[in-house]
Design a protein around this ligand. Structure first.
Ligand code: NAD
Length: 292
């Protein structure tokens, strides 16, 4: 089994940066890539800010913060992944984007380097099939925000070898997180259950049953959810929510997964939630204001 000491991460957005943060704190070296240097720098700045806040709250010591930051390096191109033991892909939730990434990066890797995707919904078996090593390919699905969420779903593709599965479990344990195993079906376990609930909340808004505030208050105080479903949708990113619903709808061919037209409209407007400052709430003034 390959010892995981150095990881390449593709995608420095909310998930890629969070994964880089927890891995670096656990003593693993990171090479971080994205479509531009600016995106990589923004990812490193975000996680740097998170680590500083942890030190201020005395949840991390300063020496660990400095060592963790020092372990994270930007990638100029995939050749910088040449000595990695594992690559974790955390780019946008699009099968086309992910396929292109895996096809492009494989030639740069050591033959024993493992591949993982953080996809929320896309078939692990299909993504593995575009690589030269489907037996070393696995789904390692972190939750958002990565530093705070305890669970990681592990998903084997049809060709995933036992050694890859064992290495993934060991890696998750090293990060101090709990792994749960899901079979390779659309959206796995957490999102198979959670995303249709969010989509239903958007239908509830679309049909005028309640306002944004009424729906979120109802589920926070009526079902004891820590966050309302529309607040959570903004947190996840509405583009990701829509992609997951499309994968469920197409993959399971059941109309109960039909993405709400209002969700489509928000995504078409570029109102993607917190990451673009506007979604079901407007965050631009600092205080979230419902947009409907
Ligand atoms: P995000 O939009 O914050 O970040 C995605 C990043 O990928 C962006 O920085 C973008 O520039 C980059 N990217 C796009 N195309 C790329 C390419 N060809 N090469 C390199 N980088 C590229 O999205 P996110 O929320 O971090 O989601 C990333 C992945 O993690 C998705 O697959 C998503 O489904 C999954 N995920 C998301 C959540 C969530 O709650 N947001 C939770 C678990 C898993």
């Amino acid at each position: 089994m390959v010892e995981i000491d150095k990881i390449g991460i593709v995608g420095a957005g909310q998930m890629g940066a969070g994964i880089a943060q927890v891995c670096a704190v656990a003593g693993i070296h990171i090479v971080l890539s994205d479509v531009s240097e600016e995106r990589i720098e923004a990812g490193i700045a975000t996680l740097g800010g998170n680590l500083k806040r942890l030190v201020e709250r005395k949840q991390l010591d300063e020496a660990t913060r400095v060592a963790a930051i020092d372990r994270i390096k930007p990638a100029r191109d995939y050749d910088d992944f040449a000595d990695c033991d594992l690559i974790i892909e955390a780019a946008a939730e699009s099968e086309e984007v992910k396929r292109e990434i895996f096809a492009a990066l494989c030639p740069a890797l050591r033959p024993d380097c493992m591949l993982a995707t953080n996809t929320s919904s896309i078939s692990i078996t299909r993504l593995a099939s575009v690589t030269d090593r489907p037996e070393k390919f696995i789904g390692i699905h972190f939750m958002n925000p990565v530093p705070r969420m305890q669970l990681v779903e592990i998903i084997r593709g049809i060709a995933t070898e036992d050694a890859t599965f064992e290495a993934a479990k060991k890696f998750v344990a090293r990060l101090g997180k709990t792994a749960t195993v899901s079979e390779d079906f659309p959206a796995f376990i957490v999102n198979r259950i959670l995303l249709p609930m969010i989509n239903e909340a958007i239908y509830t808004l679309y049909e005028g049953v309640g306002t944004v505030e009424a729906i979120d208050t109802a589920m926070r105080l009526g079902a004891n959810h820590p966050m309302g479903p529309l607040q959570l949708a903004d947190f996840i990113g509405l583009d990701t929510v829509l992609s997951v619903m499309q994968v469920l709808h197409e993959g399971l061919a059941d109309s109960k997964y039909r993405p709400c037209p209002l969700l489509v409209k928000y995504v078409e407007a570029g109102w993607l939630g917190r990451k673009t400052q506007r979604g079901f709430y407007d965050y631009r003034s600092g205080t979230p204001v419902p947009t409907r």
